[in-house]
Design a protein around this ligand. Structure first.
Ligand code: SF4
Ligand code: SF4
Length: 178
C-alpha cells in the first residue's frame, strides 16, 4: 500500500515539474529560426566559405602557396606587363577554413565570408570558379592594372596604438632602468 502511494506521489510530482518547465518557457521568445527564410546573424569573425573578389586580386599566388591543403587553383598566361589571370578556383571539398589565405593576401581580395549553407548533391560542384570566362581576364601586373583601371587600393593598415614615451629625469641620461 505504501509503495502504491509512493508511486502516485512520484508520478504526480514529475508531471508537475514537467508542466512547470513548459509554463516557464511558454511566454519566452522562441529561439528557433524559420530557416532558410530566417538566418542567424554570424559573429564578425565567423569563418564561412572563402570568397575572392577578382577585381582586387592580381593573381600573385601567395594564397595558393599559403594554403596547407592546396585547394586554391590559379592559372595565368603571359609574362610581365602582359600577364593575366585566367582562372581562380577554390575546392571547398578540401578547404579547412584555416584562413591562412586571407591573412597572407596583400590585396585584401580574399576573405572569409559569412556563407555557410552551400549544400550540394554532387561534390564536383563544390569547386567554385571565381573567374567568368565571358568577362575580361584579370591583369596581374600593377602598371597594367593601373592603366586599365583595375587597381584597387587594399584597406589601410590599422595604426598601432602609440604608447607615451617614458619620462626621463636628469638621472636617466644613461638610459638605465631602475
Ligand atoms: S594572395 Fe590575394 S592577390 Fe594574391 S592571388 Fe591570392 S587572392 Fe589574389
Ligand atoms: S581557408 Fe585555409 S584551407 Fe581554405 S582556401 Fe584558405 S588557406 Fe586553403
Amino acid at each position: 500500500m505504501a509503495q502504491y502511494f509512493a508511486d502516485m506521489y512520484q508520478a504526480v510530482s514529475s508531471a508537475l515539474i514537467g508542466m512547470s518547465i513548459t509554463i516557464k518557457h511558454i511566454w519566452k521568445k522562441p529561439v528557433t529560426l524559420q530557416y532558410p527564410d530566417e538566418r542567424q546573424v554570424m559573429s564578425p569573425r565567423f569563418r564561412g566559405f572563402v570568397h575572392n573578389d577578382t577585381k582586387k586580386c592580381d593573381g600573385c599566388g601567395i594564397c595558393a602557396k599559403a594554403c596547407p591543403v592546396d585547394c586554391i587553383y590559379i592559372e595565368t598566361e603571359g609574362k610581365a606587363k602582359d600577364r593575366y589571370m585566367t582562372r581562380y578556383a577554390i575546392d571547398y571539398n578540401k578547404c579547412i577554413w584555416c584562413s591562412l589565405c586571407t591573412e597572407n593576401c596583400h590585396a585584401d581580395s580574399i576573405t572569409m565570408s559569412h556563407d555557410y549553407d552551400h549544400s550540394v548533391y554532387f561534390r564536383d560542384t563544390l569547386v567554385y570558379e571565381f573567374m567568368d570566362p565571358n568577362e575580361a581576364k584579370v591583369p596581374c601586373h600593377r602598371i597594367t592594372r593601373t592603366e586599365l583601371g583595375w587597381w584597387v587600393e587594399p584597406k589601410a593598415e590599422k595604426k598601432p596604438v602609440e604608447k607615451p614615451a617614458p619620462e626621463s629625469g636628469p638621472s636617466d641620461d644613461k638610459g638605465e632602468d631602475h
